[in-house]
Design a binder for this molecule. Structure first.
Ligand code: G6P
Length: 599
């Protein structure tokens, strides 16, 4: 995620671009920058931090012009600082680009450019685009851009400005890009939020299309240079609707982003039947893995234990970061500590990491926010590429953590000589489509939610790798609906929770196909015999589960190791709809914080 905006026209360009960036800030906010064609020169200001920091820059006052581009960054490659902030330039500072997406083959292209004498100043994957355009530029910007696009692997929403003409070239593949058609002025942006106050006439660029934008006209072509006829849409959305992508809450938007998020976590990391991760740790020396985290991230750590022990056969322990840091844990130099954190800033997780590091363990981070404290402290790391998560209750970060842990455990197995089963690789490829099927159930789950929303208690039961999913389902519900909920390994039910079961108790069972499905079925029968109200998450309607369940949530079948990704999404939706039907503040639940940076 990143936000880009561009303008060609006669309005005061700097305030227009800055205001536009503010509307796109939800797409990323670790650094920002602006570039305007001013008197034949590309003038640019960049800053670390939020748009409000950029806005304070004095020199902005002296910049004016009729064409400009700007960017708010969500770091993927290279830490969030001024050098890595966009726009990026060629050597002569005659070409500026802003980019949203990931260029997967940037390293090989960068090597080539350096060999040819280009000075690349940032750590980003994006800067090479400006240098490649410089390499191919022979007086025709559009021609040079299209030649470069043919070399790029990965995703982009791209805008290019040169010092020669009041014109912006845009291109799209995998990342969004829209054009706003004004009267004697044109806009380009990642979405319509910064455009809508100026014009409601919008063109949605499709993958593989290139746009040439001047103040009076736009031309859209495909990558081979053939003209494309595009519909101009008249949009009638409010700003608030747009930032949330027409979803009522950020949490719901983030739940619905999960197909794309999982694709992003896997992107470029599976090639020719192998897992590609560049981790500079000698895993052959590792005898034990300790996973540590807090909250939802702790639940993904428990799933990680199952995955690592299954695929890598290395003994694994899971610890709450807050417990680990204070109990003088036994840590050895052949241990690997994995810190899992969406924010990378959770105080207890940072302290646990430092404790293990101090005792000589190797450390690995599984983190979403690039450049965060944990990502800087660890020996090596895997970024989630989930984009900014705004809803306090974590959703897309959780599933992308499971995806990253799947990659990591397969990678560890592969490094110790294991052949990766083709079946799991195939399933990893199609899992985003299966998530889409779960999302199609949203309305059906809302109906179930309306039936149970006034209950005071819930139980969630799962077994094996779906036990942590039961924990996460219960956590989601209590966080945002304030209904008391407990997750349990289903077999533990007989050691306590069974005493709570009566006709008023809803019990959610994770009963999708697994090596222990028959055991779950017995647990369902036991609850039924005590009048519990059963909601079963299953892969199909079988007479047995149908007989015992009040409600069924049917989700697509996948292999057991990936089933948590599918199953938890229906529980996220159940919690969301219950909280929303109760009229609660879903995105900002009481007493909770998105990032707990104090003990
Ligand atoms: C808070 C958030 C949770 C999150 C936990 C850990 O409690 O509300 O959603 O799971 O912190 O945060 P982290 O950023 O370390 O994953």
């Amino acid at each position: 995620m990143c936000g880009i905006i561009g303008y060609v026209g006669d309005k005061k360009i700097v305030p227009l671009l800055i205001e536009g960036l503010k509307k796109l800030e939800y797409r990323g906010y670790d650094s920002a920058g602006i570039c305007v064609l001013d008197g034949g020169m590309l003038k640019s200001i960049k800053d670390k931090g939020r748009i409000s920091e950029l806005e304070k820059e004095e020199p902005l006052k002296w910049i004016s012009g009729n064409a400009g581009i700007a960017h708010t960054r969500w770091a993927t490659h290279g830490k969030p600082d001024e050098i890595n902030a966009h726009p990026h330039f060629d050597c002569k500072k005659e070409i500026a680009i802003v980019h949203n997406g990931i260029i997967e083959n940037y390293q090989s292209l960068k090597k080539l450019l350096i060999k040819e004498g280009h000075m690349i100043s940032s750590e980003t994957d994006s800067e090479i685009i400006a240098h490649l355009i410089e390499k191919f530029y022979e007086g025709d910007l559009e021609e040079a851009v299209t030649r470069v696009l043919k070399l790029l692997e990965g995703t982009y929403g791209l805008a290019v400005l040169s010092n020669k003409e009041e014109k912006i070239i845009v291109a799209k593949k995998g990342s969004p890009l829209v054009i706003g058609v004004g009267d004697g002025e044109m806009f380009i942006a990642s979405d319509i939020s910064p455009i809508i106050e100026h014009t409601n006439k919008i063109i949605y660029l499709s993958d593989g299309e290139v746009g040439i934008i001047t103040k009076d006209r736009y031309i859209i072509k495909n990558i081979d240079g053939n003209g494309v006829d595009k519909k101009v849409h008249e949009v009638k959305w409010s700003i608030d609707q747009i930032e949330k992508g027409n979803f009522k809450h950020f949490m719901l938007k983030e739940i619905f982003e999960q197909p794309e998020v999982i694709r992003n976590t896997f992107r470029g990391r599976i090639k020719d039947g192998k897992i590609k991760l560049s981790l500079n740790i000698d895993f052959k020396k590792i005898k034990r893995i300790i996973l540590t985290a807090c909250g939802t991230s702790w639940h993904s750590a428990v799933i990680g234990k199952y995955l690592i022990e299954e695929y890598a056969k290395i003994p694994c322990e899971v610890d709450y970061a807050s417990e680990f840091r204070y109990r003088n844990p036994m840590v050895n130099t052949d241990d690997l500590l994995i810190a899992i954190s969406q924010s990378g800033e959770t105080a207890d997780t940072i302290a646990a990491l430092k404790e293990a590091k101090g005792k000589g363990a190797k450390t690995l981070g599984i983190v979403n926010v690039v450049g965060s404290t944990i990502s800087r402290e660890v020996d090596s790391g895997i970024y989630l590429h989930a984009g900014p998560e705004t809803g306090v209750a974590s959703t897309k970060a959780f599933t992308s953590q499971i995806a990253a842990l799947t990659l990591f455990s397969l990678y560890l197995g592969q490094e110790s000589g294991m052949d990766i089963d083709n079946e799991i690789l195939k399933e990893m490829e199609i899992i985003p489509e299966k998530i889409e099927k779960v999302l199609e159930n949203s309305e059906r789950i809302r109906n179930i939610a309306s039936r149970f929303k006034d209950k005071n208690n819930f139980l969630y039961f799962g077994r094996g790798i779906n036990f942590p999913v039961a924990l996460e389902g219960a956590l989601k519900l209590k966080e945002i609906s304030y209904i008391h909920a407990e997750g349990y390994p289903a077999a533990e039910m007989k050691h306590g929770p069974i005493a709570l079961i009566d006709k008023n108790m809803p019990i959610v069972f994770l009963a999708t196909k697994s090596s222990i499905s028959s055991k779950i079925l017995s647990n369902i029968e036991e609850v039924y015999a005590r009048d519990g109200k059963i909601i079963s998450v299953v892969n199909e309607k079988t007479p047995e589960v149908e007989k015992f369940s009040e409600e069924l949530i049917i989700v697509p079948e996948t292999i057991e190791e990936l089933s948590p990704i599918i199953n938890v999404i229906s529980l996220q939706l159940l919690a969301y709809h219950i909280a929303d039907l109760k009229g609660l503040d879903v995105d900002k639940p009481r007493n909770l914080a998105k990032s707990v940076t104090v003990e």
